[in-house]
Design a protein around this ligand. Structure first.
Ligand SMILES: Cc1cc2nc3c(=O)[nH]c(=O)nc-3n(C[C@H](O)[C@H](O)[C@H](O)COP(=O)(O)OP(=O)(O)OC[C@H]3O[C@@H](n4cnc5c(N)ncnc54)[C@H](O)[C@@H]3O)c2cc1C
Length: 504
């Protein structure tokens, strides 16, 4: 990173008083909601979107960090869930990932109880060796509740959850929210991005000639990346040598059964399918590697296996996994698909939007300054590489060798950052988490064991326990989980009483 080339631009800048958000998809409206709620009294905010272009229309599974975002901006959960036709999500069930017919669950909760010296997995591994432990998931509240289709919020954040949302309804909800805090929305097609003499963006020029000037621009124009890519020429770093999937079909279906509190991810020959249950419909799709699977085969695979009548025409979406080399360039911050895209296997894109927004709020410049910009870019890169590694783990650690696609995934050279985590866990059963990283120990352990790694060694701490003590320790955790789950209502009963949607 080199601050020098832009330092003269820094000196010509004015204080940030007017923020212009280009694009009104999930990224644009999340940015609008957060900025208007927190800084709306201090700055003017305008959002431009084009009804003719529309949004990508997918992005319906989230992770628990969305609760934090909503708390930050004071979103009422019941109103948000009713408006977005949302259901609760306790994790993801991965089917056919380790081998055809095998399934495991990545839950949002913690499994068991760690000792200060060693994580729970060491006690569980010892218990299994001695025939004292049942399935790893039996010690996790969220997983057990999900499998029994149960859910309720518990005191003291006693259950970790996220949501499935209707993305179009969510954007409409955030629009009402933002306009309530004074955000100004303009409908129109951005035709041209006008540049200032110092190389910054000066204004968006719409098709009807309207000119919208700003001090700071947020590019939320989706894959088009009109500002960060087209106007400012920031390169895109392509990760398709690691993440082979580059296309998707998405289709909505009528609901045919009660919504379960988890997402399903079902792997195929060179693809995987998602099933996302909402209150009023299902969200379905197939993500595939076009090098290994023809699009017609992908479409047939999807349509042959969906449950319920299709409610929309299937839509083909092409993408390139990767990220902008810099998400913040000059006076423009890119969020959402304009900044990069990691396939939705672990539902991380909305989280990354939110991460970009909170980092922007924390770094909110009085005057745009290159040092701050460099810091932002470094942190966002760390976030993205961490998520990339975690997604890649699912493909790389697998027993599947049945197609060329799976053989390439299993045999590829993965980045050292991921290789190290896999090797360390394989040898020692340990995972070390850096603060601020999205996926903590429990997530890595669930996925690494789920994908087939059994550690060769483990911590000696559990050896100090005799059979009785270890059995009591494990039994108490499992009993606690069973008791709590037995008292929970059915997931949809809870939704009906808590946040049923208003306009089915
Ligand atoms: C197949 C697939 C599945 C996904 N699933 C998930 C998931 O389960 N969970 C998750 O977290 N994320 C998921 N994502 C990612 C998620 O959909 C996006 O991160 C999210 O929707 C944000 O999109 P966006 O707002 O950046 O872009 P878009 O929704 O494409 O919005 C772009 C906006 O820019 C506007 N625009 C563009 N050009 C112009 C112009 N010239 N003039 C005016 N306006 C313009 C459009 O009108 C629109 O309002 C998925 C993505 C894909 C492709």
């Amino acid at each position: 990173m080199n601050a020098a080339p832009h330092s003269s631009a820094d000196m010509q800048r004015k204080p940030v008083r007017h923020v212009v958000i280009a694009g009104g998809g999930t990224a644009g409206w999340m940015a609008a909601a957060a900025l208007s709620r927190t800084l709306g009294k201090y700055i003017d905010i305008t959002l431009v979107e084009s009804d003719d272009i529309g949004t990508v229309g997918v992005g319906e599974a989230t992770i628990p960090t969305l609760l934090t975002f909503h708390r930050l901006i004071d979103v009422n959960e019941q109103e948000f869930m009713a408006a977005s036709s949302a259901t609760f999500k306790l994790g993801i069930q991965f089917e056919n990932w380790r081998s055809v017919g095998h399934r495991y669950f990545h839950s949002f909760g913690t499994t068991g109880r760690d000792h200060w010296s060693a994580g729970f997995q060491h006690f569980w591994l010892k218990g299994r060796e001695r025939g004292l432990a049942s399935d790893y998931g039996d010690y996790c509240l969220e997983l057990t509740a999900a499998m029994q289709n149960k859910f309720a919020q518990l005191p003291n954040n006693g259950i970790n959850y996220a949501y499935h949302i209707d993305s179009t309804r969510y954007a409409a909800f955030l629009r009402r929210f933002s306009e309530g805090y004074g955000l100004h929305r303009v409908e129109g097609m951005i035709e041209h991005v006008a540049m200032a003499d110092n190389g910054d963006i000066q204004a968006l020029v719409l098709k009807d000639g309207t000119r919208i000037e700003g001090d700071l621009f947020i590019d939320c124009t989706g894959f088009r990346a009109l500002l960060i890519g087209k106007a400012l020429g920031v390169a895109y770093e392509d990760w398709s040598d690691l993440l082979l999937a580059d296309s998707a079909y998405a289709v909505q279906t009528e609901s045919v059964r009660q919504a379960v509190p988890y997402t399903r991810s079902i792997a195929g020959d060179a693809c995987w399918q998602w099933r996302i249950p909402l209150q009023h419909r299902g969200g379905n799709g197939i993500v595939f590697a076009s090098r290994y699977m023809d699009k017609d085969v992908a479409l047939k695979t999807l349509m042959d296996t969906i449950e319920g009548e299709p409610a929309t025409e299937p839509r083909l979406i092409h993408f390139k996994p990767g990220q902008r080399t810099r998400c913040w360039e000059r006076n423009c911050v890119a969020l959402g698909l304009a900044s990069g895209f990691l396939e939705p296997l672990e539902s991380t894109n909305i989280h990354l939007i939110q991460r970009g927004i909170t980092r922007l709020l924390q770094a909110f410049p009085e005057i745009v300054n290159q040092v701050e910009v460099d810091e932002y870019n470094m942190r966002m890169r760390e976030d993205l590489e961490h998520v990339r590694d975690f997604v890649l783990l699912h493909y790389h650690v697998t027993d599947r060798r049945d197609t060329g696609f799976w053989r390439e995934c299993a045999e590829m050279n993965v980045p050292f950052s991921l290789r190290h985590v896999i090797d360390l866990f394989t040898e020692t059963g340990k995972v070390y988490n850096l603060t601020n990283q999205l996926f903590a120990e429990n997530s890595w352990i669930q996925v690494m064991m789920g994908q087939g790694i059994t550690p060769r060694h483990r911590h000696p701490s559990p050896d100090l326990m005799g059979d009785d003590e270890l059995s009591r320790f494990l039994g108490k955790i499992r009993g606690g989980v069973e008791q709590t789950v037995s008292r929970l209502p059915e997931h949809m009963d809870y939704i009906r009483s808590y946040c049923a949607m208003k306009n089915p």
